[in-house]
Design a protein around this ligand. Structure first.
Ligand code: XIL
Length: 399
């Protein structure tokens, strides 16, 4: 049994069970070596001539216990599959093993934010982010950078100092050029700016922030001109890096994504160096308007921009022990599947990233006072959930 060609796998209509099992079983045996099912599978192959039934049962068991990793699956679609990473957890064996096995891209969850990088006006502390970038290099993973200009997670020395626009511009230029320069050639894509547009009844307007107009870096009242300046500084520091604008609650067609669309069209017209849009994709209430998400991806990619899904999680109601119902886990899997399918159906949508990968470490738990959680593709014990299987199936498809 040798399913060696990726092309063969792509031509399986409707994921027939025995063929899908063959595909997975082969993948496991080939790549995982003596740990886990590969060892068992190799053993069975020695008996396979005499024991076809045993092989079939074994293959089904492999299907249940070790679905193909997201990273392996993504070799078929050519997608980037990433996750947010916390440096303190890299020394936890199960965390590191799952991260390296399942993902071909990662992004520091907090380690590149001002509050971590900038202990004071003069210094840069790259130690946490460097650990993550080193892990990525050792495991042949790409790194996304997040984020250079944001109204949150800024240090008090910065926000409380009452700098003038000239001083702030100087500070921000130095920050962007130093950080992007430090990771030149190591971070392939940056969320230059994050969440610059307001929400609620102000959705579609620029948010009033330190960088825009409180007091701003010298472009107060001039719309997204201050953002254009940041993209130019980042591009000077690393002309090869892909530069993204990242946003929350702009996944669907709505006033916020309309405003971003208008901004990036103007950027492209004016030669501002922007390469893509990041849609965060934090989904609550088990609701996602997939046709609208797909249409939104279509309009941005048709401008020649890439789209990355950058922070996906699907929060579920959980009981006092933090557990979700099996019905909700299935609905969650469906949402992961449909969002991934929407992305794959547009060639310019090139990456899907989850905001963490294990329910053991997820910002959803900490931000929702434990009434919501279980938002990621692995449970707290690093076991894959139905959402993992859904993603793996979609990523296995060629496009
Ligand atoms: C979150 C992190 O996950 C938390 O660890 C931190 O305490 C707060 O920030 N949108 C973003 C991310 O762009 O940077 C946020 O990350 C989640 C919402």
């Amino acid at each position: 049994m040798r399913w060696s060609s990726a092309g063969k796998l792509a031509s399986i209509p409707g994921e027939g069970l025995s063929r899908a099992v063959g595909k997975r079983c082969f993948g496991v045996a080939q790549r995982r070596g003596p740990q886990g099912d590969g060892f068992w599978h190799a053993g069975v192959e020695r008996f396979s001539a005499a024991m076809p039934t045993l092989f079939l049962i074994g293959a089904l068991a492999a299907e249940v216990s070790a679905p193909i990793s997201l990273r392996e699956a993504a070799q078929h679609s050519g997608m980037l599959i990433g996750t947010a990473v916390r440096p303190a957890q890299l020394s936890e064996a199960a965390y590191a093993a799952t991260l390296g096995r399942e993902f071909n891209m990662l992004e520091p969850e907090d380690a590149l934010k001002w509050e971590v990088l900038r202990p004071d006006l003069k210094s840069f502390d790259f130690s946490q982010a460097d650990q993550i970038v080193d892990f990525a290099a050792r495991h042949d993973m790409k790194v996304r950078g997040h984020t250079l200009v944001w109204h949150q997670q800024n240090p008090v020395w910065l926000t409380a100092a009452h700098y003038t626009p000239e001083q702030l511009a100087q500070l921000l230029e130095t920050h962007i050029k130093t950080v992007v320069g430090h990771y030149r050639g190591k971070i392939f894509a940056w969320d230059v700016a994050n969440e610059a547009f307001d929400e609620g009844k102000n959705a579609g307007r620029l948010r009033s922030t330190l960088w825009y107009d409180q007091p701003g870096i010298g472009f107060s009242g001039q719309g997204p001109a201050y953002l254009a300046q940041c993209f130019r500084w980042a591009h000077e520091a690393d002309p090869q890096a892909l530069l993204f604008y990242n946003e929350a609650e702009a996944e669907e067609i709505n006033p916020k994504s309309d405003a971003i669309y208008a901004m990036v069209r103007a950027f492209l017209r004016d030669g501002v160096p922007i390469d893509g849009i990041g849609f965060q994709m934090h989904i609550g209430n088990l609701h996602a308007n997939i046709p609208s998400i797909s249409a939104n991806i279509a309009r941005f990619t048709s401008l020649g921009l890439q789209v990355h899904i950058t922070e996906m999680d699907v929060a579920l109601p959980v009981d006092a022990n933090g557990n979700a119902s099996s019905e909700d886990l299935a609905r969650q899997a469906d949402i992961y599947r449909q969002v991934a399918e929407a992305c794959l159906s547009h060639p310019g949508c090139t990456a899907i990233q989850t905001w963490g990968f294990t329910d053991k470490y997820s910002w959803i738990g900490s931000h929702s006072k434990h009434t919501q959680g279980a938002a990621l593709p692995f449970d707290r014990n690093f076991h894959s959930k139905p959402a993992h299987e859904a993603l793996s199936q979609v990523l296995s498809k060629h496009r």
